[in-house]
Design a protein around this ligand. Structure first.
Ligand SMILES: NC(=O)c1ccc[n+]([C@@H]2O[C@H](COP(=O)([O-])OP(=O)(O)OC[C@H]3O[C@@H](n4cnc5c(N)ncnc54)[C@H](O)[C@@H]3O)[C@@H](O)[C@H]2O)c1
Length: 438
Protein backbone atom coordinates (compact mmCIF):
# COMPACT_ATOMS: atom_id res chain seq x y z
CA UNK A 1 0.00 0.00 0.00
CA UNK A 2 1.21 3.52 -0.81
CA UNK A 3 0.09 6.74 0.81
CA UNK A 4 1.13 10.39 0.76
CA UNK A 5 1.31 12.70 3.76
CA UNK A 6 1.07 16.41 2.99
CA UNK A 7 2.91 18.27 5.76
CA UNK A 8 5.92 16.95 7.68
CA UNK A 9 5.34 18.71 11.02
CA UNK A 10 4.54 17.22 14.43
CA UNK A 11 1.54 15.30 13.12
CA UNK A 12 2.54 14.56 9.51
CA UNK A 13 6.02 13.37 10.37
CA UNK A 14 4.96 11.19 13.30
CA UNK A 15 1.96 9.67 11.51
CA UNK A 16 3.97 9.21 8.31
CA UNK A 17 6.75 7.40 10.17
CA UNK A 18 4.25 5.27 12.12
CA UNK A 19 2.32 4.25 8.99
CA UNK A 20 5.68 3.32 7.43
CA UNK A 21 6.38 1.22 10.52
CA UNK A 22 3.07 -0.58 9.81
CA UNK A 23 4.64 -1.60 6.47
CA UNK A 24 3.03 1.05 4.27
CA UNK A 25 5.04 3.00 1.70
CA UNK A 26 4.80 6.66 2.75
CA UNK A 27 5.85 9.79 0.83
CA UNK A 28 5.91 12.83 3.09
CA UNK A 29 5.58 16.14 1.24
CA UNK A 30 7.00 19.11 3.12
CA UNK A 31 6.85 22.65 1.72
CA UNK A 32 9.23 24.34 4.15
CA UNK A 33 12.72 24.10 2.61
CA UNK A 34 14.52 24.15 5.97
CA UNK A 35 12.36 21.37 7.43
CA UNK A 36 12.65 19.36 4.22
CA UNK A 37 16.44 19.72 4.04
CA UNK A 38 16.72 18.51 7.64
CA UNK A 39 14.51 15.50 6.91
CA UNK A 40 16.41 14.60 3.77
CA UNK A 41 19.70 14.82 5.68
CA UNK A 42 18.36 12.55 8.43
CA UNK A 43 17.99 15.32 11.05
CA UNK A 44 14.71 15.80 12.91
CA UNK A 45 13.31 19.32 12.47
CA UNK A 46 11.28 18.89 15.68
CA UNK A 47 11.99 17.25 19.02
CA UNK A 48 9.86 14.21 19.74
CA UNK A 49 11.23 11.31 21.80
CA UNK A 50 12.07 8.25 19.68
CA UNK A 51 11.23 9.91 16.37
CA UNK A 52 14.78 10.01 15.03
CA UNK A 53 15.19 6.25 15.38
CA UNK A 54 11.77 5.45 13.94
CA UNK A 55 12.35 7.70 10.93
CA UNK A 56 15.87 6.39 10.32
CA UNK A 57 14.71 2.76 10.44
CA UNK A 58 11.89 3.32 7.98
CA UNK A 59 13.97 5.45 5.62
CA UNK A 60 16.60 2.68 5.64
CA UNK A 61 13.89 0.12 4.89
CA UNK A 62 12.86 2.20 1.88
CA UNK A 63 9.31 2.75 3.13
CA UNK A 64 9.59 6.43 4.10
CA UNK A 65 10.67 9.24 1.77
CA UNK A 66 10.62 13.03 1.98
CA UNK A 67 10.21 15.50 -0.87
CA UNK A 68 8.37 18.52 -2.16
CA UNK A 69 7.05 17.04 -5.39
CA UNK A 70 3.38 16.60 -4.60
CA UNK A 71 2.62 15.10 -8.00
CA UNK A 72 5.17 12.33 -7.54
CA UNK A 73 3.94 11.63 -4.00
CA UNK A 74 0.22 11.65 -4.78
CA UNK A 75 0.34 9.75 -8.06
CA UNK A 76 -0.45 6.11 -7.32
CA UNK A 77 -1.20 6.73 -3.64
CA UNK A 78 -4.37 5.07 -2.35
CA UNK A 79 -4.80 7.67 0.37
CA UNK A 80 -3.48 11.22 0.69
CA UNK A 81 -3.46 12.72 4.16
CA UNK A 82 -3.59 16.46 4.74
CA UNK A 83 -1.54 17.18 7.89
CA UNK A 84 -0.82 20.88 7.45
CA UNK A 85 -1.27 23.52 10.14
CA UNK A 86 -4.64 25.05 11.01
CA UNK A 87 -3.63 27.94 13.29
CA UNK A 88 -6.11 30.41 14.76
CA UNK A 89 -6.87 33.18 12.27
CA UNK A 90 -5.70 36.53 13.52
CA UNK A 91 -8.54 38.69 14.75
CA UNK A 92 -11.47 36.28 14.90
CA UNK A 93 -10.17 32.92 16.21
CA UNK A 94 -11.58 30.91 13.29
CA UNK A 95 -9.29 28.08 12.17
CA UNK A 96 -7.20 29.44 9.32
CA UNK A 97 -7.81 26.97 6.50
CA UNK A 98 -5.61 28.51 3.86
CA UNK A 99 -2.96 25.75 4.09
CA UNK A 100 -5.61 23.03 4.00
CA UNK A 101 -7.32 24.44 0.92
CA UNK A 102 -4.00 25.11 -0.82
CA UNK A 103 -3.01 21.48 -0.16
CA UNK A 104 -6.42 20.31 -1.46
CA UNK A 105 -5.90 22.22 -4.71
CA UNK A 106 -2.41 20.76 -5.12
CA UNK A 107 -3.76 17.26 -4.48
CA UNK A 108 -6.59 17.83 -6.97
CA UNK A 109 -4.03 18.71 -9.63
CA UNK A 110 -1.95 15.62 -8.83
CA UNK A 111 -4.37 12.69 -8.39
CA UNK A 112 -4.33 10.11 -11.17
CA UNK A 113 -6.61 7.30 -10.05
CA UNK A 114 -9.03 6.45 -7.25
CA UNK A 115 -7.76 8.29 -4.15
CA UNK A 116 -9.08 8.91 -0.67
CA UNK A 117 -8.26 12.43 0.50
CA UNK A 118 -8.13 12.40 4.28
CA UNK A 119 -7.92 15.36 6.65
CA UNK A 120 -5.67 14.58 9.60
CA UNK A 121 -5.37 18.27 10.40
CA UNK A 122 -7.92 19.52 12.93
CA UNK A 123 -10.50 21.24 10.75
CA UNK A 124 -13.89 22.86 11.42
CA UNK A 125 -17.08 21.07 10.57
CA UNK A 126 -17.81 21.44 6.87
CA UNK A 127 -14.17 21.44 5.73
CA UNK A 128 -14.37 17.88 4.37
CA UNK A 129 -17.38 18.83 2.23
CA UNK A 130 -15.50 21.91 0.98
CA UNK A 131 -12.49 19.76 0.06
CA UNK A 132 -14.79 17.45 -1.91
CA UNK A 133 -16.06 20.51 -3.81
CA UNK A 134 -12.50 21.64 -4.51
CA UNK A 135 -11.72 18.20 -5.93
CA UNK A 136 -14.86 18.23 -8.10
CA UNK A 137 -14.30 21.83 -9.28
CA UNK A 138 -10.66 21.26 -10.23
CA UNK A 139 -10.86 17.74 -11.61
CA UNK A 140 -14.47 16.71 -12.27
CA UNK A 141 -13.21 13.60 -14.09
CA UNK A 142 -11.17 12.06 -11.24
CA UNK A 143 -12.40 9.51 -8.79
CA UNK A 144 -11.89 10.87 -5.26
CA UNK A 145 -13.53 10.31 -1.89
CA UNK A 146 -13.03 12.51 1.14
CA UNK A 147 -12.64 11.33 4.73
CA UNK A 148 -11.89 12.88 8.10
CA UNK A 149 -9.42 11.09 10.36
CA UNK A 150 -8.60 13.48 13.20
CA UNK A 151 -5.37 12.89 15.09
CA UNK A 152 -5.34 12.60 18.88
CA UNK A 153 -1.61 12.17 19.52
CA UNK A 154 0.07 14.22 22.24
CA UNK A 155 3.43 15.84 21.64
CA UNK A 156 6.02 14.23 23.88
CA UNK A 157 4.30 10.83 23.63
CA UNK A 158 3.33 11.01 20.00
CA UNK A 159 4.67 7.68 18.77
CA UNK A 160 3.10 5.71 21.62
CA UNK A 161 -0.17 7.54 21.12
CA UNK A 162 -0.20 6.81 17.40
CA UNK A 163 0.82 3.15 17.77
CA UNK A 164 -1.50 2.42 20.71
CA UNK A 165 -4.30 4.97 20.54
CA UNK A 166 -7.42 4.90 22.69
CA UNK A 167 -9.40 4.97 19.45
CA UNK A 168 -9.24 5.83 15.77
CA UNK A 169 -12.05 7.98 14.37
CA UNK A 170 -12.80 7.77 10.67
CA UNK A 171 -15.54 9.89 9.14
CA UNK A 172 -16.66 9.10 5.62
CA UNK A 173 -19.80 8.38 3.67
CA UNK A 174 -18.02 6.18 1.16
CA UNK A 175 -17.70 2.40 1.53
CA UNK A 176 -14.68 2.42 -0.74
CA UNK A 177 -12.87 5.01 1.38
CA UNK A 178 -13.79 3.07 4.47
CA UNK A 179 -12.25 -0.10 3.01
CA UNK A 180 -8.98 1.71 2.18
CA UNK A 181 -8.69 3.24 5.65
CA UNK A 182 -9.66 -0.01 7.33
CA UNK A 183 -6.81 -1.71 5.48
CA UNK A 184 -4.39 1.07 6.44
CA UNK A 185 -5.30 0.83 10.12
CA UNK A 186 -5.38 -2.98 10.17
CA UNK A 187 -2.37 -3.24 12.53
CA UNK A 188 -4.32 -1.22 15.11
CA UNK A 189 -7.50 -3.21 14.50
CA UNK A 190 -5.45 -6.36 15.25
CA UNK A 191 -4.48 -5.02 18.68
CA UNK A 192 -8.19 -4.36 19.34
CA UNK A 193 -8.08 -0.58 19.06
CA UNK A 194 -11.66 0.70 18.82
CA UNK A 195 -12.09 2.06 15.30
CA UNK A 196 -15.12 4.32 15.05
CA UNK A 197 -16.73 4.93 11.69
CA UNK A 198 -18.83 8.06 11.58
CA UNK A 199 -20.02 10.69 9.15
CA UNK A 200 -17.51 13.35 8.08
CA UNK A 201 -19.08 16.07 10.24
CA UNK A 202 -19.16 13.90 13.36
CA UNK A 203 -15.46 13.04 12.98
CA UNK A 204 -14.55 16.69 12.49
CA UNK A 205 -16.53 17.74 15.55
CA UNK A 206 -15.25 14.85 17.70
CA UNK A 207 -11.72 16.26 17.65
CA UNK A 208 -12.84 19.71 18.82
CA UNK A 209 -15.19 18.25 21.43
CA UNK A 210 -12.42 16.00 22.82
CA UNK A 211 -9.91 18.84 23.07
CA UNK A 212 -12.45 21.21 24.59
CA UNK A 213 -13.35 18.61 27.21
CA UNK A 214 -9.72 18.06 28.17
CA UNK A 215 -9.16 21.83 28.29
CA UNK A 216 -12.24 22.08 30.49
CA UNK A 217 -10.81 19.55 32.97
CA UNK A 218 -7.57 21.54 33.23
CA UNK A 219 -9.40 24.83 33.63
CA UNK A 220 -11.72 23.32 36.19
CA UNK A 221 -8.93 22.04 38.42
CA UNK A 222 -7.14 25.38 38.06
CA UNK A 223 -10.19 27.13 39.46
CA UNK A 224 -10.44 24.55 42.24
CA UNK A 225 -6.74 25.26 42.97
CA UNK A 226 -7.57 28.95 43.42
CA UNK A 227 -10.25 28.00 45.95
CA UNK A 228 -7.80 25.67 47.72
CA UNK A 229 -5.37 28.55 48.19
CA UNK A 230 -8.08 30.60 49.91
CA UNK A 231 -9.43 27.86 52.14
CA UNK A 232 -6.20 26.09 53.10
CA UNK A 233 -6.76 22.85 51.19
CA UNK A 234 -4.21 21.01 49.05
CA UNK A 235 -5.43 20.79 45.46
CA UNK A 236 -3.63 17.48 44.96
CA UNK A 237 -5.72 15.90 47.72
CA UNK A 238 -8.86 17.27 46.13
CA UNK A 239 -7.83 16.21 42.61
CA UNK A 240 -7.10 12.68 43.82
CA UNK A 241 -10.38 12.47 45.67
CA UNK A 242 -12.27 13.71 42.66
CA UNK A 243 -10.32 11.79 40.01
CA UNK A 244 -10.65 8.40 41.66
CA UNK A 245 -14.32 8.56 40.73
CA UNK A 246 -14.32 6.42 37.61
CA UNK A 247 -16.89 8.70 35.99
CA UNK A 248 -14.39 11.55 36.19
CA UNK A 249 -10.93 9.97 35.91
CA UNK A 250 -7.59 11.19 37.27
CA UNK A 251 -6.02 12.46 34.07
CA UNK A 252 -5.89 16.15 33.21
CA UNK A 253 -6.57 17.17 36.80
CA UNK A 254 -3.13 18.73 37.29
CA UNK A 255 -3.22 22.38 38.27
CA UNK A 256 -0.81 24.81 36.64
CA UNK A 257 -0.36 28.17 34.97
CA UNK A 258 -3.12 27.59 32.38
CA UNK A 259 -2.98 25.47 29.24
CA UNK A 260 -1.01 26.41 26.15
CA UNK A 261 0.29 24.47 23.19
CA UNK A 262 -0.38 24.04 19.54
CA UNK A 263 -3.87 22.60 19.99
CA UNK A 264 -6.01 23.49 23.02
CA UNK A 265 -5.89 27.29 22.68
CA UNK A 266 -6.65 27.37 18.96
CA UNK A 267 -9.09 24.46 19.02
CA UNK A 268 -11.19 25.82 21.88
CA UNK A 269 -11.29 29.20 20.15
CA UNK A 270 -12.27 27.56 16.85
CA UNK A 271 -15.02 25.56 18.60
CA UNK A 272 -16.44 28.80 19.98
CA UNK A 273 -16.62 30.07 16.38
CA UNK A 274 -18.01 26.82 14.97
CA UNK A 275 -20.72 26.79 17.64
CA UNK A 276 -21.69 30.43 17.11
CA UNK A 277 -21.78 30.00 13.33
CA UNK A 278 -24.01 26.96 13.80
CA UNK A 279 -26.39 29.02 15.95
CA UNK A 280 -25.60 26.90 19.02
CA UNK A 281 -23.19 29.01 21.09
CA UNK A 282 -21.18 26.96 23.55
CA UNK A 283 -21.02 29.11 26.67
CA UNK A 284 -18.96 26.63 28.68
CA UNK A 285 -16.19 26.68 26.09
CA UNK A 286 -16.39 30.47 25.70
CA UNK A 287 -15.92 30.80 29.44
CA UNK A 288 -13.04 28.37 29.66
CA UNK A 289 -11.17 30.24 26.91
CA UNK A 290 -11.61 33.46 28.85
CA UNK A 291 -10.68 31.93 32.22
CA UNK A 292 -7.56 30.32 30.78
CA UNK A 293 -6.38 33.47 28.98
CA UNK A 294 -6.75 35.48 32.18
CA UNK A 295 -4.98 32.81 34.18
CA UNK A 296 -1.93 32.78 31.90
CA UNK A 297 -1.82 36.58 32.03
CA UNK A 298 -2.07 36.60 35.82
CA UNK A 299 0.81 34.21 36.50
CA UNK A 300 3.45 36.94 36.27
CA UNK A 301 1.57 38.81 39.03
CA UNK A 302 1.97 35.73 41.21
CA UNK A 303 5.73 35.93 40.70
CA UNK A 304 5.72 39.67 41.42
CA UNK A 305 3.72 39.11 44.62
CA UNK A 306 6.15 36.37 45.70
CA UNK A 307 9.00 38.83 45.10
CA UNK A 308 7.48 41.31 47.53
CA UNK A 309 5.46 43.43 45.10
CA UNK A 310 8.03 44.41 42.50
CA UNK A 311 10.67 42.81 40.26
CA UNK A 312 12.33 45.96 38.94
CA UNK A 313 16.10 45.37 38.89
CA UNK A 314 15.77 41.79 40.16
CA UNK A 315 17.24 38.73 38.44
CA UNK A 316 14.79 35.88 38.04
CA UNK A 317 15.65 32.35 36.95
CA UNK A 318 13.11 30.47 34.84
CA UNK A 319 13.03 26.69 34.50
CA UNK A 320 11.08 25.45 31.48
CA UNK A 321 9.78 27.41 28.53
CA UNK A 322 7.97 24.92 26.29
CA UNK A 323 4.22 24.50 26.74
CA UNK A 324 4.84 21.07 28.24
CA UNK A 325 7.78 18.72 28.81
CA UNK A 326 9.28 16.41 26.16
CA UNK A 327 8.67 18.78 23.27
CA UNK A 328 10.40 21.81 21.78
CA UNK A 329 7.03 23.38 20.92
CA UNK A 330 6.60 26.95 22.18
CA UNK A 331 3.20 27.64 20.60
CA UNK A 332 1.00 29.55 23.09
CA UNK A 333 3.26 28.47 25.97
CA UNK A 334 2.40 30.08 29.34
CA UNK A 335 6.08 31.09 29.53
CA UNK A 336 5.45 33.71 26.82
CA UNK A 337 3.14 36.05 28.79
CA UNK A 338 4.96 35.32 32.05
CA UNK A 339 8.50 36.07 30.87
CA UNK A 340 7.38 38.99 28.70
CA UNK A 341 5.61 40.66 31.61
CA UNK A 342 8.47 40.11 34.05
CA UNK A 343 10.86 41.73 31.57
CA UNK A 344 8.41 44.60 31.00
CA UNK A 345 8.33 45.14 34.76
CA UNK A 346 12.10 45.53 34.81
CA UNK A 347 13.31 42.05 35.76
CA UNK A 348 16.36 40.40 34.21
CA UNK A 349 15.40 36.86 33.21
CA UNK A 350 17.77 33.89 32.92
CA UNK A 351 16.08 30.83 31.44
CA UNK A 352 16.81 27.18 30.82
CA UNK A 353 14.77 24.67 28.85
CA UNK A 354 16.14 21.27 27.77
CA UNK A 355 14.70 21.48 24.22
CA UNK A 356 12.82 24.71 23.61
CA UNK A 357 15.39 27.49 23.69
CA UNK A 358 15.92 27.74 19.93
CA UNK A 359 12.19 28.08 19.39
CA UNK A 360 11.88 30.50 22.33
CA UNK A 361 14.54 32.98 21.15
CA UNK A 362 12.49 34.66 18.41
CA UNK A 363 9.37 34.76 20.62
CA UNK A 364 10.59 35.96 24.02
CA UNK A 365 12.04 39.43 24.72
CA UNK A 366 15.60 39.76 23.37
CA UNK A 367 17.02 40.56 26.81
CA UNK A 368 16.35 37.03 28.10
CA UNK A 369 19.60 35.19 28.83
CA UNK A 370 19.57 31.51 27.84
CA UNK A 371 21.44 29.10 30.11
CA UNK A 372 22.87 25.66 29.48
CA UNK A 373 21.74 24.02 32.71
CA UNK A 374 19.48 24.28 35.73
CA UNK A 375 22.47 25.32 37.84
CA UNK A 376 23.32 28.16 35.51
CA UNK A 377 19.71 29.42 35.46
CA UNK A 378 19.52 29.26 39.27
CA UNK A 379 22.88 30.90 39.94
CA UNK A 380 22.72 34.29 41.63
CA UNK A 381 18.98 34.76 41.06
CA UNK A 382 16.66 36.29 43.60
CA UNK A 383 13.74 34.10 42.59
CA UNK A 384 13.39 30.86 40.66
CA UNK A 385 10.20 30.20 38.70
CA UNK A 386 9.25 26.74 37.39
CA UNK A 387 7.03 27.06 34.32
CA UNK A 388 7.37 23.62 32.65
CA UNK A 389 7.65 20.35 34.57
CA UNK A 390 10.62 18.71 32.82
CA UNK A 391 11.61 15.61 34.79
CA UNK A 392 15.18 16.76 35.28
CA UNK A 393 13.94 19.74 37.31
CA UNK A 394 12.29 17.46 39.85
CA UNK A 395 15.65 16.09 40.91
CA UNK A 396 17.05 19.48 41.94
CA UNK A 397 17.71 19.51 45.67
CA UNK A 398 16.69 22.44 47.87
CA UNK A 399 20.17 22.55 49.45
CA UNK A 400 21.79 22.88 46.01
CA UNK A 401 19.39 25.71 45.15
CA UNK A 402 20.23 27.39 48.45
CA UNK A 403 23.92 27.34 47.46
CA UNK A 404 23.27 28.65 43.95
CA UNK A 405 20.62 31.33 44.43
CA UNK A 406 21.20 34.77 45.90
CA UNK A 407 17.54 35.03 47.02
CA UNK A 408 15.17 32.56 48.66
CA UNK A 409 12.05 32.76 46.54
CA UNK A 410 10.66 29.76 44.65
CA UNK A 411 7.55 30.07 42.51
CA UNK A 412 6.60 26.57 41.40
CA UNK A 413 3.83 26.87 38.82
CA UNK A 414 3.78 23.08 38.27
CA UNK A 415 4.04 21.88 41.87
CA UNK A 416 7.12 19.77 41.17
CA UNK A 417 8.83 20.51 44.49
CA UNK A 418 7.90 19.43 47.99
CA UNK A 419 6.68 22.60 49.72
CA UNK A 420 7.68 21.38 53.18
CA UNK A 421 11.20 20.50 52.03
CA UNK A 422 11.58 23.88 50.37
CA UNK A 423 10.27 25.78 53.36
CA UNK A 424 12.36 23.59 55.67
CA UNK A 425 15.45 24.80 53.83
CA UNK A 426 14.42 28.40 54.37
CA UNK A 427 12.83 29.14 51.02
CA UNK A 428 9.74 31.24 50.59
CA UNK A 429 7.77 28.78 48.44
CA UNK A 430 4.68 29.53 46.32
CA UNK A 431 2.99 26.70 44.46
CA UNK A 432 -0.42 26.30 42.88
CA UNK A 433 -3.40 25.42 45.04
CA UNK A 434 -1.27 24.53 48.05
CA UNK A 435 -1.56 27.24 50.68
CA UNK A 436 0.95 27.14 53.52
CA UNK A 437 -0.58 25.33 56.48
CA UNK A 438 -0.58 27.42 59.63
N1 LIG B 1 0.83 19.13 17.21
C1 LIG B 1 -0.04 18.31 17.80
O1 LIG B 1 0.18 17.83 18.91
C2 LIG B 1 -1.34 17.95 17.11
C3 LIG B 1 -2.10 16.88 17.61
C4 LIG B 1 -3.28 16.54 16.95
C5 LIG B 1 -3.69 17.26 15.85
N2 LIG B 1 -2.93 18.31 15.40
C6 LIG B 1 -3.39 19.03 14.21
O2 LIG B 1 -2.61 18.60 13.10
C7 LIG B 1 -2.40 19.68 12.18
C8 LIG B 1 -0.91 19.89 11.97
O3 LIG B 1 -0.33 20.27 13.20
P1 LIG B 1 1.26 20.27 13.42
O4 LIG B 1 1.48 20.56 14.85
O5 LIG B 1 1.82 19.02 12.81
O6 LIG B 1 1.66 21.54 12.53
P2 LIG B 1 3.10 21.95 12.00
O7 LIG B 1 3.02 23.39 11.74
O8 LIG B 1 4.17 21.38 12.89
O9 LIG B 1 3.23 21.16 10.62
C9 LIG B 1 2.57 21.48 9.44
C10 LIG B 1 3.57 21.31 8.31
O10 LIG B 1 2.88 21.37 7.06
C11 LIG B 1 3.74 21.99 6.13
N3 LIG B 1 2.89 22.44 4.99
C12 LIG B 1 1.95 23.40 4.97
N4 LIG B 1 1.37 23.47 3.76
C13 LIG B 1 1.96 22.51 3.00
C14 LIG B 1 1.78 22.05 1.65
N5 LIG B 1 0.86 22.59 0.85
N6 LIG B 1 2.57 21.06 1.20
C15 LIG B 1 3.49 20.49 2.01
N7 LIG B 1 3.70 20.86 3.29
C16 LIG B 1 2.94 21.85 3.78
C17 LIG B 1 4.38 23.12 6.91
O11 LIG B 1 5.56 23.58 6.30
C18 LIG B 1 4.64 22.42 8.26
O12 LIG B 1 5.92 21.82 8.32
C19 LIG B 1 -3.11 20.88 12.81
O13 LIG B 1 -4.40 20.97 12.26
C20 LIG B 1 -3.19 20.52 14.27
O14 LIG B 1 -4.27 21.13 14.92
C21 LIG B 1 -1.76 18.65 15.99
Amino acid sequence: MRIAMIGGGYVGLVSGACFAEFGVEVSVVEADPTRLAALQEGRMPIYEPGLDKLVAANVAAGRLTFGNDIKAAVGGAEAVFIAVGTPARRGDGHADLRYVYAAAEQIAAAVDGYTVVVTKSTVPVGTGRRIAEIMRDHRPEVDVDVASNPEFLREGNAIGDFMRPDRVVIGTDSDRAREVLQRLYRPLFLIETPILFTGVEAAELTKYAANAFLALKITFINEIADICERVGADVHDVARGVGLDGRIGRKFLHPGPGFGGSCFPKDTLALVRIARDAGAPCRLVETLVDVNDKRKDSMADRVVAACGGHVQGKTIGVLGLTFKPETDDMREAPSIPIVTKLVELGASVKAFDPQGMDQARPILPPSVVYCQSVSEAASDVEALVVITEWNEFRAVSPSRLMELMSGKIIVDLRNIFDPDAMRGHGFSYTGIGRAERS
